[in-house]
Design a protein around this ligand. Structure first.
Ligand SMILES: [Zn+2]
Ligand SMILES: [Zn+2]
Length: 117
C-alpha cells in the first residue's frame, strides 16, 4: 500500500477529525483509483464521511464533493509532479517534498487561520 502524499496523519479522518477507518482515493473510478493508489492521492477517512453518513455529509454520491475530491487530487498531483521534476535524486526528492509540504501546510495555516488537510 502506498503512503498518502496528502497528509501524514493517517489515523485521523480528514473531514471530521475522528478515527479514520479507511482511505478515500481522491481520484476514483475505474482507472483513477489504481493510479490514485500508486500516486498516494488518498486521505484517511471515517466510514461516516466516506459512504455511510447521510449524503450531504459524505463524499461519495455527493456530486459536488466528488468533483472537489478529483480537483484536489489533480492539484496535488500537479504539485508533486513539479517538485519531482525539480530534483532527480529520489531520496533527496522525498526529503525535500516532505519538508516543503510541512512548511507549506504551516504557512497555509498561518495565512488562513486553519488547515483543511
Ligand atoms: Zn469523518
Ligand atoms: Zn472513497
Amino acid at each position: 500500500m502506498s503512503k498518502s502524499t496528502v497528509t501524514e496523519y493517517s489515523e485521523i479522518c480528514s473531514f471530521c477529525g475522528r478515527q479514520a477507518e479507511g482511505e478515500h482515493h481522491l481520484i476514483f473510478g475505474t482507472a483513477g483509483r489504481e493510479l490514485s493508489e500508486k500516486d498516494g492521492l488518498k486521505i484517511p477517512i471515517c466510514n461516516n464521511c466516506h459512504n455511510m453518513g447521510d449524503k450531504l455529509n459524505r463524499v461519495h454520491d455527493n456530486p459536488m464533493a466528488e468533483k472537489l475530491s478529483k480537483m484536489l487530487g489533480q492539484a496535488i498531483w500537479e504539485r508533486d509532479w513539479i517538485l519531482k521534476d525539480a530534483v532527480h535524486d529520489e531520496d533527496e526528492e522525498k526529503e525535500i517534498q516532505k519538508l516543503e509540504s510541512r512548511i507549506a501546510r504551516k504557512e497555509f495555516r498561518k495565512r488562513y487561520g486553519k488547515s483543511y488537510l
